[in-house]
Design a protein. Structure first.
Length: 262
């Protein structure tokens, strides 16, 4: 397996037109001269490393190209600081710097909502722990397993993991796919202000006023305005004429206006 991996690595280097020996020689020359052209060459040689590391942060609400640009800053910083005489591979040295730059971007700039720094860091740690445990266990880990790995409570872990939605706010103009090919915007599903709520106190006043009417007047108001019955239907229900219902209704409404104006 190791031989196979080395073979693929060699093929990739040959396809890119460079080798580790060439990169090492370029680093030595750059350390002596600080030639911008040499640094540009080194950046070009290692840009696939940035793409690979940025890909680990995909699907977190930020465009992959933006993450690559941030990672390139980390790559340049690593190139400027790298000492080829220390005997370590550049990819080993550069990876923490590149990943750190990307994580700093998420921590400081990518959150649409104001989130405590502690939870931001716990969210990132939970994502990393989930990936590692999935590879180790061969299945998605439980919340308890992730919490134990982090040394946090299950409640804190759940809260931190749910913060992934805070990376980027969704526009109300976003369209939702429909089976009938007539997309609707997210804003169309947002409820409006219920104007009837503004009249709750008024409803209470009216109810108390109705309680002060005579029983027949109260019945007429109830049937006419709460049951939407016609005067003829109310007349049949009460056993009186329609004209009588009309007079009683007018008198009841007048009383209500006087009571409510008090």
């Amino acid at each position: 397996m190791r031989a196979s991996n080395n073979s693929r690595k060699l093929e990739a280097q040959e396809a890119a037109g460079w080798s580790e020996q060439e990169a090492e020689e370029l680093f030595r020359q750059y350390k002596k001269t600080n030639d911008p052209e040499l640094r540009e060459r080194l950046v070009d040689l290692h840009k696939n490393l940035v793409r690979y590391l940025a890909g680990k942060f995909a699907n977190r609400g930020e465009p992959i190209e933006d993450l690559i640009q941030v990672g390139m800053i980390g790559l340049i910083n690593a190139i400027d600081r790298f000492d080829p005489d220390r005997g370590i591979k550049f990819s080993t040295y550069a990876t923490p710097t590149i990943v750190g730059e990307i994580r700093r971007y998420f921590r400081d700039k990518a959150w649409s909502l104001k989130v405590p720094r502690r939870l931001q860091e716990l969210n990132q740690a939970a994502s990393k722990a989930s990936e590692e445990l999935t590879q180790k266990l061969g299945r998605p880990p439980t919340i308890k397993e992730i919490a134990d790995r982090l040394g946090a409570t299950e409640e804190e872990t759940v809260e931190a993991m749910e913060l992934g939605s805070a990376y980027e706010a969704v526009s109300l103009d976003s369209t939702l796919e429909q089976e009938d090919d007539s997309p609707l915007s997210l804003g169309e599903f947002v409820g409006g202000v219920d104007v009837s709520l503004e009249n709750i106190e008024t409803y209470g006043d009216v109810k108390r006023a109705i309680e002060r009417l005579d029983p027949r007047e109260k019945a007429i108001i109830y049937y006419r305005f709460f049951r939407n019955m016609s005067q003829t239907e109310v007349a049949k229900r009460l056993g009186i004429s329609q004209m009588h219902v009309s007079r009683l209704q007018q008198r009841a409404l007048k009383k209500l206006r006087e009571i409510l104006s008090e």
